[in-house]
Design a protein around this ligand. Structure first.
Ligand code: NAI
Length: 399
């Protein structure tokens, strides 16, 4: 169980790029990083594309006025001059800026925590992975739901054979908030999401399904996709070529099959993030709206609902428990769990503690790179007339 006691020698000096006053995701980063007072301290930032607004916002967060910078380049240059300069930066800006900022941060000698989808191409991902290795730095990726400890329970139960051999994988991340084009014209956060120059080669496949794909791999690390077929649509025509709905069929190397539905036009749906894994003996199902519960069904036996924080759960699951039974945990706790693991990873990297790094389960650069490949494979299939394509886990030239 976590209680905020320190896991590393001292908190990291942390800065944010983006995540300003009007951003959707900025507060989630802060609620995650600052939950354990012992892991991160927010000391600087270039919080906003609007420098004045960013400065005012940073000051209101309690950051020293002199360390609220107009842009990230100024921040890296000025912080490098300080003895107590920043050690890690989180990038919470629109997708099209991630690669350039991430590269500059690593070159400035910083650890990086970056939003998903990480970059536009796997070539960019490979380049950044190599740079991070050369610089001895961590790149963490904020798959924010993936810190929910019940996913580790699923992972443990699958490893223990509780559902038998995996046969079917059912993944869904949908909502209805873009069912019409109203927000495409009025919301800054939505405008860039449907602009390929800023969003990249996809809308919902990158925006939503990269989370679910990573979570499925977290739960079933042994399951690799062999081939897939993606069918994507732009029901709001002005979004084309970016999709607001997509279906993906998957064949795994072990013979299992799967399907994923991702959509921002599932009208009326407020929250549709579900994972169901069906094995030869039984099934496990998780739904983020009841994230503290796990449905466990064994063929021929009464179904069970496993509840967070109970002693019958796996140690790996309860190790990430924060509040204890009787109380509700949620997305903020998931973010706090991920951020704590980023801090532990960075600390281990600084100390060349490869053993800790090897055993730590968290969304690292490889998870970010896998997310890019997931999008690339889906888009390749969809744009080839929705045909089956072999899943390229690595580019041939790099194998
Ligand atoms: P947004 O448009 O709501 O906010 C972007 C923020 O970045 C704003 O504060 C803006 O002023 C600032 N900004 C833009 N360019 C900047 C620059 N060059 N330097 C400094 N600040 C800059 O976008 P939103 O929805 O917050 O998304 C940001 C990123 O987070 C995206 O990559 C998105 O995919 C991801 N995201 C992830 C979520 C998760 O659960 N992990 C949830 C929502 C978004």
């Amino acid at each position: 169980m976590l209680n905020g006691e320190k896991k590393i020698a001292r908190p990291f000096r942390w800065a944010m790029i983006g995540g300003g006053r009007l951003s959707q995701v900025g507060y989630k980063h802060r609620t995650g990083a600052l939950r354990d007072n012992t892991a991160f301290t927010l000391v600087a930032g270039a919080f906003d594309i609007d420098a004045e607004r960013g400065k005012e916002f940073g000051v209101n967060l309690g950051v020293n006025e002199n360390r609220c910078y107009p842009d990230y380049k100024t921040m890296f240059a000025e912080e490098a001059k300080r003895e107590d300069g920043i050690e890690v930066v989180s990038i919470a800006t629109p997708n099209g800026t991630h690669y350039e900022i991430c590269k500059a941060a690593l070159e400035a000698g910083l650890h990086v925590i970056c939003e998903k989808p990480l970059f536009f191409t796997s070539e960019e991902g490979e380049e950044i992975k190599e740079l991070a290795e050369r610089k001895g730095k961590i790149v963490g990726v904020t798959y924010g739901f993936s810190g929910n400890q019940m996913l580790l329970q699923m992972r443990a139960m699958i490893q223990q054979g509780k559902i038998g051999d995996i046969r079917m994988v059912e993944l869904q991340y949908t909502h209805g908030f873009s069912a019409n084009d109203a927000a495409d014209k009025t919301s800054d956060a939505q405008k860039w999401r449907v602009d390929p120059k800023v969003a990249g080669p996809s809308f919902v496949l990158g925006d939503l399904s990269t989370h679910t794909y990573y979570m499925s791999q977290l739960i079933m690390p042994q399951m690799k996709i062999k081939k897939l077929l993606c069918d994507r649509q732009s029901f709001v025509g002005s979004r084309a070529p970016l999709e607001d709905n997509a279906y993906v069929l998957m064949h795994y190397e072990n013979g299992a099959v799967g399907r994923l539905w991702t959509s921002s036009i599932n009208a009326g749906c407020m929250d549709g993030h579900r994972i169901r894994i069906v094995g030869s003996k039984g099934s496990l199902e998780w739904w983020d709206n009841k994230g503290g519960e796990l449905r466990y069904e064994v063929q021929g036996e009464p179904a069970q609902t496993l509840i967070r924080a109970m002693p019958y759960l796996d140690d790996s699951c309860n190790a990430d428990e924060r509040l204890g039974a009787l109380h509700v945990e949620g997305l903020s706790d998931s973010w706090a769990n991920i951020y704590l693991k980023f801090a532990i990873a960075m600390d281990a990297k600084n100390r060349n503690d490869e053993e800790t790094l090897k055993n730590l389960v968290y969304p690292d650069i490889n998870a970010g790179l896998d997310g890019i490949r997931w999008i690339e494979n889906c888009v390749r299939s969809a744009d080839n007339g929705s045909t089956w394509v072999e899943f390229e886990h690595e580019k041939a030239a790099l194998v």
